[in-house]
Design a protein around this ligand. Sequence first.
Ligand code: WT7
Length: 635
Amino acid sequence: MSNYHIKHLEEYYQVYRKSIREPESFWEEIAEEHFLWRKKWDSVLDWDFSKPEISWFKGAKLNITENCIDRHLTTRGDKTAILFEPNHPDEVAEHISYNELYKRVNKFANVLKEQGIKKGDRVCIYVPMIPELAISVLACARIGAIHSVVFAGFSATALATRINDSDCKMVITSDGSFRGSKTIDLKGIVDEALESCSCVETVLVAKRINTEIYMKAGRDKWLAPLLEKASDVCAPEIMNAEDPLFILYTSGSTGMPKGMVHTTAGYMVYTAYTFKNAFQYKENDVYWCTADIGWITGHSYIVYGPLANGATTVMFEGVPSYPDYGRFWDIVQKHKVNQFYTAPTAIRALAKQGTDVIEHYDLSSLKVLGSVGEPINEEAWHWYNENIGKKKSPIIDSWWQTETGGIMISPIPYVTPTKPTYATLPFIGIQPALMDENGNELKGNQVEGRLCIKFPWPSIARTIWGNHQRYKETYFSAFDNKYFTGDGALRDEVGYYRITGRVDDVIIVSGHNLGTAPIEDAINEHPAVAESAIVGFPHDIKGSALYGYITLKDTGETRNHDNLRTEINQLITDRIGPIAKLDKMQFTNGLPKTRSGKIMRRILRKIASNETDSLGDTSTLLNQEVVQDIIDNAL
Ligand code: WT7
């Protein structure tokens, strides 16, 4: 029996029990046998959820890039590490071998050093899905700089907030990006952001779309000539197990995004372990996760997890609809993809196109299909299973979060029998608990409650950058001595988990986690707006879409409401990004409030979802009269 690679259901239960009964010796054995350490740990786990303080493999020394690259060179030097598939199908794919990746990461690491970046410095990476993105992430890790990747679809304001929050000294970007038939002026967005960031000294610019761009003297430098001159050998910085590896921002229910801090050793061990098992990766497989590296899915399951296992990981620059909706299947066929990991929103968009387009492609290489980011509805699950997996590739509906670093609840393909809409069983080492509203744990099966985790796992985020208090309040205060996920879940009669969705003010639109507060803040900036409230409502493709209730300062406002709608969506695009635009905007005479002045979102959610029959008790409202008015004018 190998604890590292689970192959049967009995083995899963056996290893799971061991990982719960003796977590320290379990993870110690995994760490010892499957990774490269410069020095072993003094203790495997120290934790106290009340502070909260968590450390794994304390005292150990390592560099994650030695584990992801160097150690594979003797056995897999010529194997493709990163397979880059460009936006346009006519541009040739690039196969970057482990040998080449080693050189390119080292060169980049040397450039960072020459530009004055040292261990512990923060580097913001705002780069599209081109090889330089993965390489710059690894180059930071090589020298111990903390990377903060910001998804290259965020606006200048969102970028500036993230750069300033963690005092980034450098920004890495590109002249622009390709996205289907469009190009995006990324460097222009960076320039705008940097008008309000005094911490940034240097901007490194990769060339991708070859447009004429402004280069600020002394600050902006083209990457290519610097890389050319740099040596391809760079000794790895030897890091402590708990040194921060990266910061990644996620939305919360208040305005400021949370800079989740992930550290080195535990993150490496857990992402590698979960990658191996959740995808049943075998040596010559080609694995493809369609996420962007700007999200945690890309960090853990495009870059670190796959590379730590010496895998071939596909990086796709484009979108599923360009040049047509066959693009994903074209890539699966072309590169004989074995494991395919995507989001329910993509599955729904593709399902809408029908099955004719799929029939042109040979999908027989597929062995495992993954889903992540939001609950997958039953219809999408069956469509994926029948048309893409041809009923022979298990679907792994994997539940996890930016904060958890790695997959937490998921079937293991060919091991765990799947069940539509169920994420099924906890991963090895994960101890979920369902809680009622009074803080009691619901024991046994067939219960529904708030999903918590009772015991630390190696890749749990350790803090929020610069705000440990907020970390404690957000995740460790709702329930004593437990990590609270913000999700609701149920456990069925055999102990399978189904995630029912967020129980806080976070709405998941097309798999993107959006807090309501930052969107409301953006809307409220409009001079005509008095206040606003955003809720989610069910949407065929996006899962949830955004419905905004907006009260104008002058309720008799005579200006054209369509113009206002356009202006408000423009503000949201400027402050957050196009993903946060509202699908529906209703101008109201007031918003339903409790006597303490809190907006009753529950009521607004019901109205947005057309469920006005079950509004519940509205008698405690301060201003009951606005409710009928809102219902009468609902969109
Ligand atoms: C939230 C975390 C983890 C990678 C992408 C999202 C929701 C995620 C599932 C799933 C039901 C899911 C949860 C979670 N979520 N995966 N398989 N089934 N819901 O990371 O942006 O941090 O969002 O996404 O609500 O809390 P994230």
